[in-house]
Design a protein. Structure first.
Length: 273
């Protein structure tokens, strides 16, 4: 029964490990993948998923070792290149990460994840036009997935292209009505365009379900200030400061909308100006 029993055991181990991965328990899955690899050092499924699990628990160097083994077995493993790139980027090796994404795309020109990851990387390098080009490739390959279109909206917002950014978030939210981040950023871009009443409608809708969300409370405070509703704005700012003092004070001090409140005693006390 030796060989057959061993094979069956590997299947059980992989099944149990994958169940843990699905439950977002990568740390528990890794020892099971190790047991598989002890019996079969070139088990592709165990190597790949162990690499994913190691990335999730931030053991990036160990993850790279897994993906390198996969690439020794199959030098044209596009997903191994992509996930090695993620680990490289997290380790701060930006150039190597970019090369991994390019290799993943070279091997599989329809690897949308690598175009997306390359776009994120280029954004971090502030190469935003190139980042948008990479994201547009990801969108063209997987038009129904929201992540690349959402991130394109984020970059366009950073570039002060608020109408285009709003269009991205609007499209994401229309296609994915449960995508609250897109809905929130739609409100942010409305505010950037001076449409504060419409922005407040969005923030109120989100707060009806997520009443303690500090980012939305702060955004609402900004719009109220811009509309001259200072008592309400300051009350909201007080709530936001109570939930996240350091970050909100830092934001409020730099916020152009709040400049007109810099002489207000309550505002100065709140943000420690």
């Amino acid at each position: 029964m030796g060989l057959f029993g061993s094979k069956e055991n590997i299947e059980d181990l992989i099944y149990n490990a994958m169940s843990l991965m699905e439950k977002n328990q990568p740390k528990g899955a890794i020892p099971l993948f190790n047991k598989v690899l002890k019996q079969d050092s070139e088990n592709i499924q165990a190597l790949f998923n162990k690499g994913l699990a190691l990335n999730q628990i931030k053991k990036y160097s160990d993850a790279i070792t897994c993906f390198d083994k996969l690439l020794d077995i199959n030098p044209k493993d596009s997903q191994a290149f992509n996930n090695k790139g993620i680990a490289m980027a997290e380790n701060g090796n930006i150039q190597a990460a970019a090369e991994c994404y390019d290799k993943a795309i070279e091997v599989d020109p329809k690897n949308a994840a690598s175009y997306f990851n390359k776009g994120v990387l280029l954004d971090k390098l502030q190469e935003r036009e190139e980042a948008i080009q990479a994201l547009e490739k990801a969108i063209s390959i997987e038009p129904r997935k929201p992540n690349a279109l959402f991130y394109k909206g984020i970059i366009l917002g950073k570039m002060k292209k608020h109408e285009e950014s709003l269009n991205c978030f609007d499209r994401v939210y229309k296609n994915h009505p449960s995508h609250m981040d897109a809905f929130f950023h739609k409100g942010i871009e409305m505010a950037e365009l001076g449409k504060h009443e419409k922005a407040l409608e969005i923030f109120d809708k989100i707060l009806s379900k997520h009443k303690d969300n500090v980012n939305i409370i702060y955004a609402k405070s900004r719009s109220k200030a811009e509309l001259g509703m200072y008592p309400e704005s300051l009350e909201l700012l007080k709530q936001a400061v109570s939930k996240s003092p350091k970050i909100i004070r830092s934001w409020a001090k730099e916020e152009p909308i709040f400049v007109k409140l810099h002489d207000n005693e309550q505002f100065r006390k709140l943000v420690k100006l």
